[in-house]
Design a protein around this ligand. Structure first.
Ligand SMILES: Cc1cc2nc3c(=O)[nH]c(=O)nc-3n(C[C@H](O)[C@H](O)[C@H](O)COP(=O)(O)OP(=O)(O)OC[C@H]3O[C@@H](n4cnc5c(N)ncnc54)[C@H](O)[C@@H]3O)c2cc1C
Length: 320
């Protein structure tokens, strides 16, 4: 395909949307990312696209390669802190890569990367398919969960994933097994790579009693809601659990519950959550993350490692 896109300099933004493969998929400029991230902070994407099909995804990669633009992937934005200055290059959102198919005979579940985990967990529960009850409280997409090895209640993606269909920036499509992804605690080898998860296949157990699976799913859902603050924007747990004590406990013991910088606050209900209490900036949140790290290190001689992904330029904060 011959490509000829006409991108003006950044001073001329916003520009008219650029159609990709007809009018069904357009690349838009200067798109606010705060509403697309669970922290509700961050500046705009220089360029933004939400492909629905594989061909549109491949064309999006081609566009970025042709223009020499860096690429960032976005799922539900529930595990990222987007810089106040936004993201340069092309943000490819996988939220519209949606399809679900349950294979009754094998117990395999094939899903598009944009499907949301809670929706999937409830759907499986209603059908009496066991295996995703733990995922109901994780507000991310399948793609983000595969990359993060998301987990709860002692279970994680690595326990159910059979394989993932991925696409590289040169348009190449591959199937990677769970073993290929080198899963570890909240880790896969896809993190930080220019490889997008387009679809995933999970092994579940069909034929269970739907009422029972629904009850377990519901219990997990309510337990999460009563112990974690879902009422204000956050990214869930900010830090990885270093073990043997959870990060939340270490932060709480350092006396940081309720500690606030600007409108960013260490949650009272769960100290490993940082809340945007209304109008917080990414800079304030990052300053609070640094402060928590410092205080915990002082008290416990242990440096907490962030689980949240930092997207964009934070140089200004780093030099404070
Ligand atoms: C209230 C709350 C509770 C949470 N509870 C949990 C929990 O119990 N357990 C847990 O593990 N997490 C939890 N999280 C964090 C988050 O929901 C998970 O990490 C989730 O898996 C992130 O998915 P996402 O689609 O939002 O990814 P995003 O935040 O959009 O992206 C996360 C990373 O994955 C990359 N990425 C996203 N989609 C793709 C794709 N299709 N292909 C390639 N790379 C991609 C991004 O570039 C980024 O680096 C919670 C978050 C919130 C807000």
């Amino acid at each position: 395909m011959t490509l000829s896109y006409h991108i003006a300099s950044s001073e001329q933004r916003p520009q008219k949307p650029i159609p990709l493969l007809g009018k069904d998929c357009v690349i838009r400029s200067n798109v606010p990312l705060a509403p697309l991230s669970s922290f509700r902070v961050g500046g705009p994407a220089q360029w933004y696209v939400t492909p629905k099909k594989l061909e549109q995804l491949q064309a999006s990669f081609q566009f970025a390669n042709f223009e020499g633009l860096p690429i960032t992937f976005l799922g539900a934005g529930s595990n990222m802190l987007v810089s106040d200055s936004g993201l340069s290059g092309l943000v490819i959102s996988s939220r519209h890569l949606r399809h679900i198919s349950f294979e009754k005979e094998t117990g395999l579940l094939n899903v598009g990367a944009g499907e949301l985990l809670p929706r999937l967990a409830w759907k499986a529960a209603r059908m009496g398919w066991q295996g995703l009850e733990w995922a109901v409280g994780i507000p991310g997409t399948v793609g983000g969960a595969v990359v993060m090895n998301a987990g709860a209640q002692g279970k994680c993606m690595a326990d159910v994933l059979v394989n993932a269909q991925v696409i590289s920036s040169n348009g190449q499509i591959d199937i990677l097994s769970a073993q290929d992804l080198e899963y570890n605690y909240r880790y896969s080898k896809l993190q930080g790579k220019s490889i997008l998860v387009a679809q995933a296949t999970f092994q579940l157990q069909p034929g269970e009693n739907p009422a029972l699976i629904r009850a377990i799913t519901s219990e997990n859902f309510h337990k999460r809601r009563s112990t974690q603050p879902y009422h204000l924007p956050s990214c869930g747990s900010v830090f990885r659990n270093p073990g043997p004590k959870p990060a939340g406990w270490l932060i709480e013991q350092a006396g940081l519950k309720g500690y606030q910088i600007g409108m960013a606050q260490v949650a009272h209900r769960h100290a490993n959550f940082i809340l945007n209490c209304g109008g917080a900036t990414a800079k304030e949140i990052l300053q609070l993350i640094y402060h928590v790290q410092e205080q915990v290190e002082k008290q416990w001689s242990l440096l907490l490692k962030p689980e949240v992904k930092f997207m964009g330029d934070f140089l200004e904060v780093a030099s404070l």
